[in-house]
Ligand binder design. Structure first.
Ligand code: COA
Length: 338
């Protein structure tokens, strides 16, 4: 046998052994997966049993409120105190178990599991969501800038609006996944993205003509401004995420932990004037469109529909932002008192 062939056969033997090891690892992996899935089922069943027991216990404790000695009263109060924290703890445990999707995710994705099973992967998903928003925003910036200053074709505008529809649709899906992984995104921001999808869709169908052209520049300038604000928002939100992670304070995807850091407060006060200006721009868009809709030569239904969407966006954004700021101020006040 030639030395070259002997070497090749020797290499093959090593490779075969490695392959056998790989098969063994694969078998072990499947076995562990099976164990994990059984553990998940048992764990989920125990949680629902616990929940039912807690309900029963707290109901039966209610019966023992009168005619108790001091010692018995203390014992009952102690149990009640323990019971109070339990639902929250169970909820946190459940965040690491696969669960059924809500209606929207079931419709879009079917019954695939979207629950991430570790804190790291949850935080990583959130990071990736923020990065995704930033990258698409950059592409949108380029396209909007070109439309505003260099190209004036309805077809390119349509491309921009189509990209907006796709972007907002994607956000609604990603946000639903975030929410099912414990994010505290307020319902309004998700609704905001549904309305924005609809708005961009209606913009897409608005036929070219005098009314469209008279609103076009205002709309494109608004889009550019919104993109700048979104970039600032990205730096604020990823900064919050980074700092809380570094401090080791984060639980699941909970950004507003007690003791909202002064850095975050400074970031927010810097951001707020830009946000409010953007929101009043939405109001201005809405007023301009309602005025346009009253002109006799304006026949398109899109004008008042888009005006209405901008009005709803303004109101929702404005009042939700006020509520968020009020809530954070209250929390900050509480932390100072501690
Ligand atoms: N879109 C998507 N998610 C948002 C969001 C938004 N506009 N605002 C907040 N969230 C998310 C946060 O990332 C956080 O998620 P997490 O639990 O997964 O970490 C959760 O909602 C709770 O956030 P909260 O603490 O309430 O707010 P915040 O400090 O992250 O952000 C604001 C506060 C005011 C900066 C933010 O709500 C905001 O930008 N609002 C204005 C949006 C707007 O008006 N845009 C139009 C301007 S032209």
């Amino acid at each position: 046998m030639s030395t070259a062939l002997a070497k090749a056969l020797q290499e093959w033997e090593i490779q075969e052994k490695e392959f056998q090891k790989l098969q063994e690892t694969h078998r072990l992996y499947l076995q562990k997966l099976d164990e994990v899935s059984k553990l998940q089922k048992n764990f989920a069943a125990s949680i629902s049993r616990q929940r039912k027991n807690i309900k029963d216990t707290s109901q039966s404790l209610k019966k023992f409120s009168k005619g108790l000695t001091e010692e018995e009263k203390n014992a009952v109060e102690e149990v009640k105190g323990h019971i109070q924290d339990m639902p929250n703890n169970l909820f946190q445990m459940e965040a690491f178990l696969p669960k059924k999707n809500g209606i929207y995710l079931s419709l879009v994705l079917g019954s695939v599991n979207v629950n991430l099973l570790s804190k790291e992967s949850k935080a990583e998903y959130k990071d990736e969501y923020e990065r995704f928003k930033l990258y698409v925003t950059m592409i949108l910036f380029l396209l909007t800038f070109m439309c505003r200053f260099f190209i004036s074709y309805r077809v390119v505008d349509a491309l921009l609006n189509f990209l907006l529809v796709w972007y907002y649709c994607t956000l609604t899906i990603r946000e639903s996944i975030l929410i099912s992984n414990g994010s505290r995104i307020k319902g309004w921001w998700v609704i905001h993205h549904y309305i924005s999808t609809f708005l961009s869709g209606v913009m897409l169908t608005w036929p070219d003509g005098e009314p469209y052209q008279s609103f076009r520049n205002q709309f494109l300038a608004y889009c550019l401004y919104q993109i700048v604000v979104q970039c600032l928002q990205y730096y604020y939100q990823s900064g919050c995420l980074y700092r809380l992670k570094a401090l080791g304070e984060r639980h699941n995807l909970d950004l507003t932990v007690e003791g909202f850091q002064s850095w975050m407060w400074r970031g927010l006060t810097f951001l707020l004037p830009f946000l409010f200006l953007g929101q009043f721009w939405q109001l201005w868009n809405s007023i301009s469109l309602f005025r346009m809709a009253r002109l006799p030569e304006c026949k398109e239904w899109q004008v008042s529909m888009i005006g209405f969407c901008f009005l709803v966006l303004f109101m929702g954004n404005f009042f939700t932002t006020l509520a968020v700021v009020h809530h954070k101020r209250k929390n900050q006040g509480k932390t100072k008192m501690l």
